[in-house]
Design a protein around this ligand. Sequence first.
Ligand code: TYM
Length: 350
Amino acid sequence: MKRVLSGIRPTGDIHLGNYLGAIQNWISMQDQMDENLFCIVDLHALTTLEDVKNLVGNTRIMAAAYIASGINPDQSTIFVQSHVPAHTELSWILSCITPMGWLNRMTQFKEKAGKQRENACLGLLAYPVLMAADILIYKATHVPVGDDQKQHLEFTRDIAGMFNREFKKDIFPLPDPIIKGPATRIMSLRDGTAKMSKSDTSDYSRINLMDDADTLALKIRKAKTDADPLPAQVKDLEARPEAHNLVNIYAALSGQTADQVCKTFAGSYFSTFKKDLTDLVVAKISPIGQEMQRLLKDKGELDQVLSRGSMRANTLAETHMQEVRDIVGLLKPDEGVNRTRQMDVLKSIA
Ligand code: TYM
């Protein structure tokens, strides 16, 4: 059984890094897998307070982005993390076997907490445990992500192995991280050594899926480059991070390798290359942005997709959660007693 699970935090604008590093690979795998689950990981957005703004709107934007990019809601399950309570339940159980040392060593925690480590919230430290639960609750076998999620995926495999050994049951498959293509790490358009990210204060650092054609063209025109012509081989771009990044973007959008792109443009200057890159970005990204705008006009339709998705996700997650509860030895609630209690509560409210 090949089952894919991946997700994006609904924090502001969705950018080209998310699209090329993650979504494009989801789409290419969609037909080859037995089951695809794509989550909007809203609970993860709560770990940084500035991301909590407009969470409802951003969750719908993300759903629109998934569909507009080519995730077919009739074929794949698109759902919201907080609509499936088993994620947090499994996260707690996993956190009870997670060594604190593993969490303290996570680079993302160290980067985000910075010097404020003592004041950083527990959620930020526990973030990888919830992410592991997102994946393991579905017994996912494949997780397509960008390069920055590598350590989280290693953690997920380690914790799955630890759980299986601890409870002497091969319940969780060790998921394979799928980090492939020329765009696993798209860099900022302003600084080729920094990752393209939603949190960069400059909007010129990233290409957003909802940017219109003029904005896309302006951002590429303003993108930092150098005065040298393009080389015939990508290895000669190692010391030119901004140039390398634009070549990678071209390669990922055109379905070529970075070496093939270099061969085509060998000897050309960036004035020429940027024109072709603009045409390509506009041709690929503008229709997605326009489709997102169209989908966002009908919130009811989007909410219905998410509601159908959450039904499927809950069914699968609950089946696996019951196995976990049994394995760790939690007492099953007595169905009959539960129902009588619920009726009593309902009567007392009426
Ligand atoms: P997030 O929301 O930061 O990013 C979502 C996806 O986009 C990829 N990505 C990039 N790829 C290439 N270049 C970039 N500049 C770039 N920026 C982002 C990320 O690698 C990711 O694949 N922890 C995750 C969300 C998450 C998750 C999960 C992912 C929570 N639970 C379970 C997979 C499975 C995150 O913060 O991604």
